[in-house]
Design a protein around this ligand. Sequence first.
Ligand code: SAM
Length: 256
Amino acid sequence: MARRGSGISWHLLSARPVPRRGRSAAPQQRDPVSAVGPTVTAVRQPDDLADVRASYDRVADAYVAMGAGLLGPEPWLRAALAAFTEHVAPLGPVLDVGCGPGTTTAHLASLGVDVRGVDLSSGMVGHARRLHPGLSFEVASATDLRLADASLGGALGWWSLVNLPRDVLAAVVADLARALVTGGQLLLGAHVGDEDVPRTSAYGVDGVRWTTHRWLPDALVDVVVSAGLELVTELRFPARGSQPPQVLLCAQRPQR
Ligand SMILES: C[S@@+](CC[C@H](N)C(=O)[O-])C[C@H]1O[C@@H](n2cnc3c(N)ncnc32)[C@H](O)[C@@H]1O
């Protein structure tokens, strides 16, 4: 059963506007809601963020209808989530970044994690709220979370940060690392490879515009280590059907 009302205050901003293409993001402003700490860092907003958001809005219904991301057939992913839960649940709240329709968020909540989800796509968040009405979901980009230092026991980028340009992913991981408490853990899932794969259709829906950045596991390990995290484990999954191989990293904020 999820622990609700834990008294932990969340500082995440909701539903921030996505910058239009070709414009640089406005400097981050402090206000009474968002002033969360002294070291909130600016992450570059990708030029294609609005396209990525519109594309996930476009596929959200199909994603849910076809059961994409369901954990029932994935015992090793559930095992990883169980191990993650055992470690992070006592440490503090968990943020599922790019939660989609909230499947993994709800699974963690069912294991007793104080978890909430955020996603770039309001269509995805709409499904998450409908499917999991007892949980909290907000629209926000991983590139603009404004989390307080040491405010999270754990964070997930569960195959959800794969559309970020490589330098932006590194900045987002550094931002999440800063938000973890000592010992707090990050789970990061990605498709294995070194290609940048442009997509014009996904989940049976045309009119999509995003790029999936595949990652060589060692390069992804470099990203988390460069963010000041230490690698806890690395799970590899072979190619299945048309799906490329997958990697899931767990990394944690070390004792200083
Ligand atoms: C492949 S789906 C995975 C969703 C979910 N983690 C799951 O396993 O079902 C990728 C998700 O990442 C979200 N996403 C993509 N870019 C994002 C960003 N910059 N910030 C937050 N979410 C993002 C998409 O809207 C989409 O819901």
